[in-house]
Design a protein around this ligand. Structure first.
Ligand code: HEM
Length: 284
């Protein structure tokens, strides 16, 4: 083989490798878009549920309906507690709508002012919703027991911590690292939503309570879910970062498959939560 043949062969090999690599990269990016689209729809349904149940009953003055999904939602005479849950629920709608909008790249690119203001509101909301959550957990009391209380408190601490880190990097104009922390923040903020989606996925599979007591709302499965609601999505996100930045084609394709499976599980969980939890509370 002549030298020019060898050069042309090695060029073709390089083009083939690049093409192959970009296919793997494309598969990884598509899996992320696939998951995010499903999650976006699921979070919008969650927002509709919050407005439809809590917002509408506030307008109608029917505060008893706040207890449809929580034992200690509205308590007659407990002004501080009621204000806390009111703020918490209002901010739950704001953050579940603002979070996904913050992540969409084209919105970030074409409407930078919206991105900046939505980002400020998002960070403020993340901190205040966690503080009201601490009050509801430790002063007013919730179902789920001590392990559930500790798990959701760690979730709240991570939300505040990641919010501070994300805004710090944005202010320093270190945008690549800011984006990574903003995604981590989105995952921990979505922990509460992941809990509901994961719970209803489990219920759809088993068709009855398995691994927990439906009266006390405690048991090994719920202990797992209390922590998994934010640790599992965070782990997956780190695996995704690794695949995107460091792995070869095989790694990228493997992680793209993992993310796609996670997207399907999320879709099934959203379907379960919508039919079993959110829609029935909207229609009354
Ligand atoms: C950051 C995102 C959060 C969202 C979107 C959110 C959303 C909600 C919603 C919608 C409810 C009403 C229950 C329902 O209708 O399903 C609720 C209740 C509650 N939330 Fe949050 N929450 C968030 C974070 C937190 C955090 C960080 C904590 C604790 C530190 C917390 C503690 C509570 C407690 C104790 C209740 C009362 C439920 C019960 O009685 O068990 N939340 N939250």
């Amino acid at each position: 083989m002549s030298l020019s043949d060898k050069i042309s062969l090695s060029n073709e090999l390089a083009i083939f490798k690049r093409k192959h690599r970009s296919n793997a990269e494309r598969a990884l990016a598509s899996s992320a878009v696939f998951w995010f689209t499903i999650a976006f729809i699921g979070q919008l349904i969650f927002v509709l549920y919050i407005i439809g149940l809590y917002g509408v009953s506030l307008i109608e003055g029917d505060f008893e309906r706040w207890n449809a999904m929580m034992p200690n939602g509205y308590t007659e005479g407990d002004i501080m507690g009621n204000i806390n849950i009111g703020i918490h629920l209002f901010l739950a709608a704001v953050i579940s709508l603002g979070g996904p909008l913050q992540i969409i790249p084209s919105l970030r690119k074409w409407f930078p002012t919206f991105h900046r203001w939505n980002g400020r509101i998002y960070i403020f909301t993340a901190v205040v919703i966690s503080l009201t959550g601490f009050y509801l957990t430790w002063i007013r009391g919730s179902i789920g027991g001590l392990i559930g209380d500790v798990a959701i408190t760690i979730n709240g601490v991570l939300i505040i911590l990641f919010a501070m880190i994300a805004i710090r990097y944005a202010m320093d104009r270190k945008l690549a690292i800011h984006r990574k922390w903003a995604l981590r923040l989105f995952m921990v903020v979505s922990g509460v939503w992941f809990f509901r989606v994961g719970f209803m996925f489990w219920m759809l599979i088993h068709q009855k309570p398995v691994g927990f007591d439906p009266v006390t709302f405690q048991g090994p499965f719920l202990t797992f879910l209390n922590f998994a609601q934010y640790l599992l999505p965070l782990l997956l996100l780190e695996i995704y970062f690794w695949a995107k930045e460091k792995s070869g084609n095989m790694g990228k394709l493997a992680v793209a498959s993992l993310v796609s499976i996670f997207a399907l599980i999320t879709a099934i969980g959203i379907f379960g939560a919508t039919m079993g939890m959110w829609l029935p509370n909207l229609i009354h």
